[in-house]
Ligand binder design. Structure first.
Ligand code: HEM
Length: 187
């Protein structure tokens, strides 16, 4: 009789980081387009505050995740490789529609297929830095000059009594995820 053991490819911290990042980016898009004037949902002022707060949360998440990648050695997952690159591209162009077998086998040690490696590396060294730097320029280039500085928005939102617990709760969540995740073993 064969015993099948269920294994998670991605550690708990990676799953937390992935979904937190996805949520924050969608939320930034939602509030950002309201700031832009595409629709009205929270009201302009609240949308600006929420956008700025979500941006800071995303920056904290990015800093922690960079730290996590280097301390766990997981950054190696993004090293580009030409091995199976063509097969993977062919799979995405035609194979996927013919139910062809997947050319790359995911394991705990090689989580990303060669195309994912390229795309995610591009996100990490190009897209994310451009987003953060341009966002921070947007935040700090204009506000100090007008004298209406409140770039974090933490003084006015969320209303008391929700204001204080934000920082400890998010820190606790982050630490909990880091200490309970086991990047090298099976959780
Ligand atoms: C760390 C990341 C980010 C930072 C620091 C940031 C910061 C900012 C700031 C300061 C503004 C100006 C708000 C104002 O006019 O008062 C802004 C506007 C905007 N942001 Fe972001 N942002 C970030 C990420 C994003 C993301 C991920 C999206 C969308 C996916 C986004 C979409 C927008 C849009 C559409 C606007 C309005 C631009 C306009 O004035 O027409 N932002 N952002």
């Amino acid at each position: 009789m064969t015993h099948r053991k269920k294994a998670f490819i991605y550690s708990r911290y990676e799953r937390f980081w992935h979904w937190a990042q996805a949520f924050l980016i969608l939320f930034l898009a939602l509030t950002g387009f309201e700031v832009h004037g595409s629709y009205r949902l929270f009201g302009f002022e609240t949308a600006v505050l929420l956008h700025n707060q979500a941006a800071w949360l995303l920056i904290v998440l990015i800093v922690f995740t960079v730290f996590w990648h280097f301390t766990t050695g997981e950054w190696r997952q993004y090293l580009p490789t030409a091995h199976n690159l063509r097969a993977q591209a062919e799979y995405y162009i035609t194979g996927i529609f013919r139910n062809a077998p997947h050319p790359t086998r995911k394991t705990r040690l090689t989580k990303l297929n060669p195309m994912q490696r390229l795309v995610y590396l591009g996100l990490k060294i190009l897209f994310i830095p451009v987003m953060v730097v341009s966002g921070l320029l947007y935040m700090f280039y204009r506000f100090p000059q007008t004298g209406r500085s409140n770039p974090c928005g933490f003084q006015t939102w969320p209303p008391w009594p929700w204001r204080t617990p934000w920082a400890p709760i998010s820190c606790w969540l982050l630490w909990w995820c880091m200490f309970t995740s086991s990047p090298r073993g099976i959780p």
